[in-house]
Design a protein around this ligand. Sequence first.
Ligand SMILES: Nc1ncnc2c1ncn2[C@@H]1O[C@H](COP(=O)(O)OP(=O)(O)O)[C@@H](O)[C@H]1O
Ligand SMILES: [Mg+2]
Length: 396
Amino acid sequence: MNRRRNPFRATLGATPPVLVGRSDVIEDFALALDEGPGFHERVTLVTGARGVGKTVLLNALEDAAEERVWWVISETATPGFVNRIRDTAYRRMVGHLRENRQRLSAITLGGYALNWEDTEVHRPTTTLRDVLTEFLDLQHQLDERFHQEPVGLLITLDELHYSVSDEVIDFGTVIQHLVRENANIAVAMAGIPAAIKPLLASNEAQNPVTFLRRANRVELGAVSDEDVAIGLVKPVEDAGRSWEPEAVAAAVAACGGYPFMIQLVGQWSFHYAQGDVIDLAAAERGIAKAQRKLGQLVHEPALADLSDVDRTYLAAMARDDGPSRTADIAERLRVSPQYANQYRRRLMDAEMIRPVKTGYVDFELPYMRDYLREHIVTDAFDLVLGEDEQPRLPGL
Ligand SMILES: Nc1ncnc2c1ncn2[C@@H]1O[C@H](COP(=O)(O)OP(=O)(O)O)[C@@H](O)[C@H]1O
Ligand SMILES: [Mg+2]
C-alpha cells in the first residue's frame, strides 16, 4: 500500500494544496497593490460562511503582498487588535531602522536616523496612526533614496465582528486618514456576514465605518464544479496518484461547491484508496466520512452552543428545501410570530441563520439542513409543548 503523504488540508485556516476559484480576487488585489494608492481594491472586505475559505484567501492576499516585498501585518479582530497592530508595526519599524542604521546614518532622512531611540521612549503614548504614519514616511523616503519600487504595508484583519465595533471604528478612522493622504497601504478584512452586517448597517449620522461600506466587497460563495474537480484532482496527481472518473464525479457532487468539503472529501477518499487509484468504493467511504467530519467540525459545535428552543427553530427550518418563511416556522412551532421573531433574532446573533429576502431566513452554514435532517429531524416531525409552554422536539 502506498503511504505517500496525504496532500489535502482539512483544517480551518490551513492553506489548501490547490486554492481554486479565487484567482480573480487575488489578481484584482495584486493589481491594486501594483497600481498604487487610491485603487479601490486596496481596501477589501471578504464575507462568507464558515469554511468557505476567507482565512486562506487572506493568506493568499498576504502572499501576493510578500511577493512584492511588502510589509504584512496579520491580525485577528479580537479585543486589543488595534494596539497589537500598533505594537507589531512599531517593533518592525524599529527593527527596520536598526537594520538600516548604517545606511540611514549615511544619508539624511528627515531626522529619523537621529531620533530612532526617542521613538522607543515615547512608545506608551504613541497611537496606531502615529506609528503607521511614521513608518510609511520612512519607507517612502527609503524608496526614493534607493530608487526602488515603493514598498507598501498590507494589514489583514480576520474574523471581523461587531462585538469589537469600537476598535473597528478606531482602526477605520486611521486607515481612512492614511488612504486620504495617499499612503502606500492596503487592508484586507474578513468575517462572516452576520458579524459584519451590524457594522455596515450602523445608522449614525456620521457613520465612522464608512470605510467598510466603501470597501471592495468580496462575497465568497460556492466554487464551480469545474474548480472543485481541479481542487480534488490536481493534489492527487501531484502526489503520484489518480481518481477513477466515477469516483471523482461522485466526490465533486458531494462537495456541492463548498471549499471545506473539497479538503474533507479529498483527504478521506485519498486515505481509503487501496492503491494508487482512488476508486468509487474509496470515494464513497471518503464522502460519508467527510460528511460526518463536517458535522463534527462545523455543525455540532455550532448547535451545541444553542438552547433547545433555538435548535427547535432550526429543526423546523430544515423541513424546507430552501429558504424558510418565518411565518411558516412560527406556525410549525405553534407560537406567535412575535415570539418566533425572538428566536429568529437570537439565531441571527448566533450566526446560525441569515435573512435572505423579506420574511425569509436561510441557514448560514452549508449542509446544516442535511445535518439537522439526519440528526434531529425525524420523519414523524412532531412538536410537543414542554412544561414551560415552549415547543420541543421529542428527544431534545
Ligand atoms: N478556494 C479553495 N480551494 C480549496 N480549498 C479551500 C479553498 N478555500 C478554502 N479551502 C479549504 O477549506 C477549509 C476552510 O477554509 P478557511 O479559510 O479556514 O475558511 P473560513 O475562514 O471561511 O472559515 C480549509 O481546509 C481550506 O484549506
Ligand atoms: Mg477563518
